[in-house]
Structures are given as C-alpha cells and as structure tokens.
Design a protein around this ligand. Structure first.
Ligand code: UDP
Ligand code: MN
Length: 378
C-alpha cells in the first residue's frame, strides 16, 4: 500500500504535482468568486433599471422657468433671480444628494414656530423649488382639512424640509371644508386637484392627510407611471405593511397620482360623507381603469400618524362601495359642484376654504338612474 502511494507520488512528479493542484484550486475559486460577484451586480442593476425605466415614461417637467413664471403670473410670487427666464441651471440629479434617511417627527410645533424655521426657504403661499438645479418633478401637495389646528404646524414643519431635500418644485394647499356637515375628504381632494391645477403646471398631485408624516426621506415624492400609494406602513397600524395580504387594497393616508391617472378615473367619488370608504373606492377606480397601484418598500414608505379623535364613521360605506362601477364616469370630477369662499396665501401654505354642499343634497348619481350599469369588474 505504501509502496503504491510512493509510486503514485513519483508519477505525479512529487512536489511539482502539489503545486499544480494548488494553482488549479486557486483558479477555480477565483472564477467562482468573479461569477458570483457578476451575478450580484447584475441583480442590483436590474432592480435599479426597472425602477428608472418605469418612471421615465412620464415626461420630466421640461422647463422649470415656465413653472416659476406660471406661478409668478398666477399668484404674484417672484422667482429668486428676477431674470429667471435667462438663467440656465443644470438638471437636479436623479438621487437628491442631501437626503438623510430616517427623519424624526416633531408632533408639537406651532405654525408660528414652523414659519420662523422655514419661512426663508419657502415663497409666500407655500411654494418652493431648488435654487441650484432644475427640479425633475413639480408636485402639488393637497391636504384635506377641517378643525385640526394642532396638526398644521407639525405638518408644515416636517414637510417643507422633507420636500426641499428631495429637490422638488412643490406647493402645499390646505383645502378646508366650510360648515359643519359631515366631513367629505374625497370632495376636498377633487377641489384641491382642480384648484391647484390652475396654478400649475404640476406633474403630479399628492393627496396627503394632515396627520401622516413620512419618516424616511428616501421615500421620494416623484411622479410614477402608475398611481402610487405612499402611506404603506403607518404607526397607527403598528407599521404593518399594506403590502401584506390582510388589506392589500389599502389606499388611504397619502397617495400620489399624475393628472392623467386622476382624469382617467374621473377623480374621487363625491358621495362618501363621514369616515371611510372613499380611499377603497379610488382603489377600485384605478383597477377598473386597468391601472395598478404601486408602492415602495415599507421600510422607506413609513409614516407616523399624529393621534387624534376618530371622526363620525360612515356606516353606509360598504353599501356605497359595492354599488355598481357604472357610476364612476358620473360620480367624480365631472359632477362636482363647489363654491370657493376664500383663498388665502400664508407664509408656508395656501388655504382654500370651500363650500362643497351637503350630504342631504341628492347628488348621488347611483341612486336609481345608474343602478343598471355594468357591475362586472367590482
Ligand atoms: N380631516 C380633517 N378634519 C376632520 C377629519 C379629517 O382635517 O375632522 C382630514 C385630515 O387631513 C385627516 C384626514 O382628513 O388626516 C383623514 O381623516 P382621519 O385622520 O380622521 O382618518 P384616519 O386616516 O385617521 O382613519
Ligand atoms: Mn388620521
């Protein structure tokens, strides 16, 4: 046995054979490592490219000065240079350079305090844009509102620096329901869309509750090719992600849509008075119009909801929700009636006070007239 081993050893050329084997093993290891690395890099790149390609299908705001001039003309705010139309700025980078990731939420800030902190970086009326580069996106932030004074300061204090770090052209509109009728969030969002639209051009519209504050600024408020649900994981839900299967059709809290998306679904329903249902209705509209709701991962799309009293719940919400989809073309932007009471420019936001009518007025198009419509896709 030993004799055989020695013979084999001699055949292999002794030490030379061992050296060759080591070289082979090292080579194989190297090749394996390089292949693994290449696989990893291609996987990472693939994810990035999918995201960018998808978003590239929406045109980028071509000329920020058109935007500024439109603002100057419509609301009388003046741009930073005065001769803005001749100054050419480089486009802002696709990844804003000053993002910080996790951001703390300060819940008790007054409007006065927020103004003192951010007044210098925001134009009267709540408009802002990056000073040193041309923003990639223009976004109107629309907040449905009534009787939540204690939350306004916290919202403004949080959102202005958040949006500024994302290098957006943006403005904040508070749309307040006049009177004491049950709250109708969806009507206010429709009004906010139509009224802010007049002051655009905006690439997209963020429909944003006053009490939902984003906790990570990597969660970009840029426009997407499909409607995007923003408030994916919220503190009031113990940060359980709405990617989960329990309530994956959740569309409340905050979402972002392009004008095309909004018009395609005829905006929000007008017939939900009191708490609940209108966001589920919008989810249905979106899927009925063959669009899809996008979401970013829960660890970015994380929101703190400031605590508050519960509104009066709309006990009819499921009934309305189940009514036929045939009402969508009639119930929304197209049949919305409202009267603007006042528009007031504050240092950090524009306040629109609006009369949106009452729940007793029979403007529910589902009542009898449309009850025979197609119900297949609900
Ligand atoms: N809201 C308001 N006043 C009200 C009721 C609602 O301003 O009396 C607005 C506010 O922006 C709020 C949003 O509508 O964040 C959604 O209502 P709520 O917070 O009651 O619903 P939740 O998401 O907490 O169930
Ligand atoms: Mn809330």
């Amino acid at each position: 046995m030993w004799g055989e081993g020695r013979r084999w050893w001699r055949c292999m050329g002794g030490g030379l054979g061992v050296g060759l084997m080591v070289v082979w093993v090292v080579r194989v290891c190297l090749i394996l490592t390089i292949t693994l690395l290449m696989l990893l890099v291609s996987l990472l790149l693939k994810n990035r490219i999918t995201l960018q390609e998808a978003d590239a299908s929406i045109p980028v705001q071509a000329n920020v000065y058109a935007f500024k001039e439109a603002l100057e003309a419509s609301v009388g705010v003046s741009g930073d240079s005065g001769k803005s139309s001749v100054k050419v700025l480089p486009g802002c980078p696709s990844t804003p350079p000053h993002l910080v990731g996790e951001v703390k939420v300060e819940e008790s800030v007054t409007v006065k305090e927020a103004e003192a902190r951010h007044g210098a970086s925001v134009k009267y009326g709540g408009f802002s844009w990056p000073e040193h580069c041309e923003a990639r996106w223009s976004v109107a932030i629309i907040v449905p509102y009534r009787d939540r004074e204690h939350q306004v300061g916290a919202f403004l204090n949080h959102m202005h620096p958040f949006l500024q770090r994302q290098q957006l052209n943006y403005s904040i509109y508070f749309v307040e329901q006049d009177g004491t009728e049950l709250f109708n969030r969806a009507r206010l969002l429709n009004v906010g869309f139509l009224e802010s639209h007049k002051e655009g051009p905006w690439d997209c519209y963020a429909f944003h509750d006053v009490d939902m504050l984003p906790e990570n600024d990597y969660h970009l408020y840029h426009c997407s090719a499909q409607p995007r649900h923003l408030a994916v994981a919220t503190s009031n839900n113990k940060y359980r992600s709405s990617h989960g299967i329990l309530y994956h059709t959740y569309y409340g809290g905050a979402c972002l849509m392009g004008e095309g998306h909004i018009r395609k679904v005829n905006g929000w329903s007008n017939i939900y008075w009191g708490w609940g249902g209108e966001d589920d209705d919008m989810w249905r509209r979106i899927t009925f119009a063959d669009m899809a709701v996008w979401r970013y991962p829960a660890h970015f799309a994380k929101y703190k909801m400031i605590k508050h009293k519960r509104q009066i719940v709309n006990e009819d919400r499921y009934k309305i929700l189940k009514r036929n989809t045939g009402r969508y073309p009639y119930d929304g932007l197209k049949n919305l009636n409202y009267t603007i009471k006042t528009v007031t420019r504050h240092p950090l936001y524009t306040h629109i006070l609006v009369d949106i009518g009452s729940s007793s007025a029979q403007d529910d198009p589902t009542n009898k007239k449309f009850s025979g419509h197609n119900n297949k896709k609900t």
